[in-house]
Design a protein around this ligand. Sequence first.
Ligand SMILES: Nc1nc2c(ncn2[C@@H]2O[C@H](COP(=O)(O)OP(=O)(O)OP(=O)(O)O)[C@@H](O)[C@H]2O)c(=O)[nH]1
Ligand SMILES: [Mg+2]
Length: 441
Amino acid sequence: MNAGDTIAAIATPPGEGAIALIRLSGPDTPAIIQKIFKPAGKPPAPRIATLGTIHDSGEPLDEVLTTTFRAPSSFTGEDVAEIACHGGMLLAAQILKLVLRHGARAAEPGEFSQRAFINGKMDLTRAEAVMDIIRARTPLALRAAALQLEGRLGDGILALRDQVLSTVAHLEAWIDFPEEDIDPASGMALLDQIQSMLDGIDSLLATADEGRVLREGVRVAIVGLPNAGKSSLLNRLLGMERAIVSDIPGTTRDTIEETACLHGILFRLTDTAGLRETSDPVEKEGVARTTRALQQADLVLHVIDATLPAEPPSHAEREILVANKADLLTLESSIPVRAIRVSSRTGEGFEHLVNAMLETAGLSHLTASPTLAAINSRHQALLEKAASALRHATTLLESNSPAELAAVELRAALDALGQIVGSTDTEDILGEIFSRFCIGK
Ligand SMILES: Nc1nc2c(ncn2[C@@H]2O[C@H](COP(=O)(O)OP(=O)(O)OP(=O)(O)O)[C@@H](O)[C@H]2O)c(=O)[nH]1
Ligand SMILES: [Mg+2]
């Protein structure tokens, strides 16, 4: 990617719509707009939507609204233009082609955001938040991404980095004046400072699970004996008749995956083939898939038929025993004490079940209080690296090792924190991060 040239892309999704947007960024933008856009009235002024016509070799292509932004006051920090045309696929593609013919280059995925990052418009955590906002599928995920975009995470990391920086500076000052011994009081203060940074890192690391759940959802396997009502339970959670239900044991043979947003959290539900010994090769494969779903699940709903009470063995650590068909229970019936009674037929007990799912997955607090920006796996790996370097530094200082060694560890922590926001050398990871973005973003 060359930040010196002018890039262009269609920024709206393909398909028919009211409007499509073609976006340009780079030094040739004003010249290209001047060549292809004829304003209806006054020439376009920055940040003012201007009505006019796009022309191709004298032929009008469409009546559009063009908005220009002058560097550095734009999303990318470069000269930018946005052409809002009528939302036809062919039309948008033709306008893009025209722009490319006049010297722009087709943008790579995420290249606009990458330029915004390179030009200091936002740190890496904010750039990642932009993509999280686009991908968010639940209100909570959206909220966490918005907090991250606002800088909640990036600012927290920068504050931590400043703390490490001042501690390194302190330590390196001692190293430069070896005749002065480290006085014990400052030595202790140094250890306290490192401990407080470690506490800060730990509280961020504690949001990693939330972050994964918000971005990817909770994986739930619905398992149990044939005919217990697993597919009926899936359908009830989804609020639609997704899986085939029948009184023939062994109805579900393949795993069925669907997502449901319950209390603002995304659940990836997998209905499975009933677990039983079988000689049928197709059902055997189904049971093998059930076992895989069980291994991958964050949470297991173990469904039993409440009218056939028996305390079943548990399949997983995070398991909820669900006694289904509660509508068929008589006064004398008993079900295992740990089971939650529900009826997939009437909907009885489902509110209780969903609450138990949130609690067992460790998420009940998420729905109640607004979350802090939750970290992603990239942040997690770098925070763990920083924490481990800080712990090494502590051990070295405590054992009176040469201060230079502790300084090296603190520098490593500084570097890891810098990589999170993108202020340290991160060239090689940029491509990886931004290539996951949409074209035109
Ligand atoms: N009365 C009553 N019947 C239910 C309930 N849930 C399921 N059933 C019935 O139980 C039978 C089996 O339901 P399914 O949902 O297909 O059971 P399953 O566990 O998916 O079965 P397999 O796919 O064969 O493993 C069907 O006849 C359902 O109508 C319930 O809550 N109450
Ligand atoms: Mg089934």
